[in-house]
Design a protein around this ligand. Structure first.
Ligand SMILES: Nc1ncnc2c1ncn2[C@@H]1O[C@H](COP(=O)(O)OP(=O)(O)OP(=O)(O)O)[C@@H](O)[C@H]1O
Ligand SMILES: [Mg+2]
Length: 438
């Protein structure tokens, strides 16, 4: 019986290596005649240098021609170079011994040393979990940032967008969440950052304490568009691997906008039409397929934080708009708050955790709504109050807000290295709100 199966297997096995030939190179795009392959397949291009082969990926077809893009820089490629199909899409090696390490998009250690032993091969492209197999989000995951843990509670397996311009505290916030949260493991994807920023993030924001329970995937801005996209896939795949093992994983991706920009580069190179803001249709196909992979599955959970870059305060920019529609919540980092030294600069009134009402009890929900309403009343009347046009005593709700708003803002402020648990934070907020009702 067994022999029968082996024989059948041998019969089905394709023992040919399939080769094609490079015909044209335009920018980063390589056109080859053959090999027989499919989209997303990894191919090796054998260059004119002996023993050198460059990894590339099939990204499209044009009539009979195969369009490829290399993972690394195109050098030594010439017309006539052989293109070898591998019948596989990109895989990485993953396992527990990767925890505490910094890797690149193809899963190699960034410092150039050898990967630890005992890792398992795992494809970077995976289908999202079946929607019917996804448990509902019903647990709180404390992240150790009090503005979030109280006003914008996150559920285990929730996917959040962090919308912010440059320099308002994204990296610091991600570092705080990585160090303080309740997750078993952080997977952090740094996509399209400058090299200097990567080192800064790992050493300053994450620190040795954070790195100990993290795997960092890095694709800097100088790397090819394909590598930048693969960084997002690789980080997502690593999260999925650990989710399958039952881990509570935190995935943080900075930034998903840079992933979209990389896809736009590839889309334009293969001749897709630019649509909104020059983004090509494939960008809007990539976003949901990538962001749907995280969340809960029957084995574990991936709580995900995706940063989205917004110029000025334009939340209707196409990538911001699309991601906001896919994710289960958005936190807005506000430059005006950062300028006032209000860190973390989360604008709680503009931010939403869509899962929160399902995971916290009504008592806490009432408390939070009270705090929100005080901030809202103050904000509505802020101009009047600031110029002294509001007369004290004319409206009890405004008087109340004037008294409490600074205390609530004070409560929401948190130094980078300050750690506070959720229950204490909630008690502190309650004390502020109660203190005034006397
Ligand atoms: N919780 C905080 N407490 C005090 N200061 C903070 C806090 N968070 C951020 N900052 C200040 O804001 C600055 C910018 O923060 P950060 O580097 O995290 O922003 P960023 O959004 O990642 O910036 P970039 O767009 O350049 O990547 C920090 O150097 C720090 O001075
Ligand atoms: Mg940053």
């Amino acid at each position: 019986m067994e022999l029968q199966m082996i024989l059948e297997h041998i019969e089905k096995t394709d023992s040919y290596k399939r080769f094609g030939k490079v015909e044209r190179v335009v920018g980063l795009l390589i056109e080859a005649r053959g090999p027989e392959s499919r989209i997303g397949e990894v191919c090796y291009i054998h260059t004119k240098l002996e023993d050198q082969r460059i990894m590339a990926e099939v990204i499209g077809f044009n009539e009979e021609k195969v369009l490829l893009m290399p993972y690394s820089a195109v050098s030594n490629i010439a017309a006539g170079c052989l293109v070898e199909a591998t019948k596989k899409s990109l895989s990485i090696n993953v396992g527990r011994s990767l925890i505490g390490k910094v890797i690149d998009s193809t899963g190699n250690l960034l410092d150039g040393t050898k990967l630890p032993k005992g890792l398992k091969e795992y494809p970077t492209e995976q289908p999202p979990p079946n929607p019917l197999d996804r448990p509902r989000i019903d647990d709180v995951i404390p992240v150790g940032v009090k503005a979030i843990d109280t006003m914008l509670t996150v559920g285990r397996g929730q996917r959040i967008g962090i919308f912010a311009g440059s320099g308002v505290g994204k990296s610091t916030l991600m570092g705080m969440i990585a160090r303080n949260s309740d997750a078993d493991l952080n997977v952090i994807a740094l996509i399209g950052e400058r090299g200097r920023e990567v080192k800064e993030f790992i050493e300053r924001d994450l620190g040795p304490e954070g790195l100990k329970k993290s795997i960092v995937v890095v694709a800097t801005s100088d790397q090819s568009a394909l590598m930048r996209i693969k960084g997002a896939y690789t980080a997502t795949a690593i999260s999925e691997y650990f989710r399958d093992l039952g881990f509570k994983v935190n995935l943080m991706m900075d930034s998903v906008t840079r992933v979209a920009m990389a896809q736009r580069e590839i889309g334009l190179a293969i001749g897709e039409p630019p649509t909104t803001k020059g983004y090509t249709p494939s960008v809007f196909a990539l976003l949901p397929s990538l962001l749907e992979r995280t969340g809960t599955s029957k084995n574990g959970s991936i709580t995900a934080f995706y940063t989205v870059l917004v110029d000025g305060d334009d939340l209707n920019e196409p990538i911001a708009d699309t991601t906001r529609g896919i994710l289960d919540g958005h936190f807005i980092l506000d430059r005006r708050l950062a300028e006032k030294g209000q860190f973390p600069a989360i604008n709680v009134l503009q931010s939403v955790s869509r899962v929160m009402p399902n995971i916290v009890d009504t008592e806490i929900m009432t408390l939070i709504q009270k705090a929100r309403s005080i901030l809202a009343i103050y904000q509505e009347n802020e101009e009047l109050i600031q110029i002294g046009a509001y007369k004290k005593g004319s409206n009890p709700a405004i008087d109340h807000a004037i008294q409490l708003q600074p205390k609530i803002l004070g409560f929401l402020r948190q130094e980078m290295d300050e750690k506070i648990d959720r229950i204490t934070a909630l008690k502190n907020l309650q004390a502020i709100l109660n203190g005034s009702s006397r």
